[in-house]
Design a protein around this ligand. Structure first.
Ligand code: NAP
Length: 247
């Protein structure tokens, strides 16, 4: 039986690249999305035609009942071996004098509460003291956590700072229970997330500020994620791995 990997927000961008690489690496992958079913269906079909197994589920990462249902669906595929907490949004670009409680709450609910909720469900299945076989969790944070997002999205950067702290604490708490917890901190990555925030030109404008002179691809982040999940990273926990071309 293939090990089961659950990826939140796996229909597009970094999540979809992770689903592709993990399926090719031998995982049976369950992934969620919250708004747009078309790319999720297309990804499942693409992988099936290549002989790989992936299953899509509608589940808002911020919603406790939906997250519980997502993990229950994944249970039917086999024992859970790993979780990638990838679902995330930036929210709109806003300076601090323009920020609203609704924007803060939505970003924190998806990016932070979502990580807590999915991790809790994964622990209940993977922790050795609860009868599981252990496992690995990778949180998709951001270089924004260290850079701060000033002028555009401090709300988003602050949420990823919370993900970094969560990663360090969860790694310490779960090491003795057979679960490794790490984070990747992507820099400027070529996905639709920038356009969704209304910053269509951001990738081109910011690329020159990256020491390597370009944005990264979703697959370059996914490679780091799949490596951290694997036994190749068996003594690594609590790491915050920048994937930012030097940024
Ligand atoms: P993306 O292209 O916008 O893809 C986001 C994915 O997450 C989509 O599949 C989306 O599907 C899903 N999603 C969004 N909200 C969700 C929710 N509430 N519940 C479940 N799924 C949800 O974004 P991306 O650039 O790949 O970003 C992925 C992660 O990387 C995020 O955590 C982001 O903060 C982080 N990151 C990105 C960059 C970058 O430059 N791209 C840099 C640093 C960190 P639906 O729209 O259908 O829900």
């Amino acid at each position: 039986m293939k090990p089961v990997l659950l990826v939140t927000g796996g229909s597009q961008g970094i999540g979809a690249a992770t689903v592709r690489l993990a399926a090719a690496a031998g995982y049976c992958v369950a992934f969620s999305y919250s708004r747009n079913p078309a790319p999720a269906r297309a990804l499942v079909a693409e992988l099936a035609s290549a002989g790989f197994e992936a299953h899509d589920f509608h589940a808002d990462a911020a919603d406790e009942a939906a997250t519980k249902a997502l993990f229950t669906h994944a249970d039917a595929l086999g024992p859970l071996a790993g979780l990638v907490n990838n679902a995330g949004i930036t929210g709109p670009a806003l300076t601090l004098d323009q920020i609203t409680p609704a924007v803060i709450d939505e970003v924190m609910a998806i990016n932070v509460r979502g990580v807590f909720l999915a991790t809790r469900e994964a622990i209940r299945r993977m922790a050795r003291d609860l009868g599981g076989d252990g496992g690995a969790i990778v949180n998709v944070s951001s270089r924004a956590a260290a850079l701060g997002g000033g002028g555009t999205w401090v709300h988003y950067a602050a949420s990823k700072g919370a993900v970094d702290s969560f990663t360090i604490g969860a790694a310490a708490e779960l090491a003795s229970r057979g679960i490794r917890v790490n984070a990747v901190n992507p820099g400027l990555i070529d996905t639709d997330i920038h356009a969704k925030a209304g910053l269509n030109e951001r990738l081109a404008r910011m690329a020159t500020t990256v020491p390597m002179g370009r944005a990264g691809s979703a697959e370059e982040v996914a490679r780091a994620i799949v490596w951290l999940l694997s036994d190749e990273a068996s003594y690594i926990t609590g790491a915050l791995l920048p994937v930012g071309g030097g940024r």
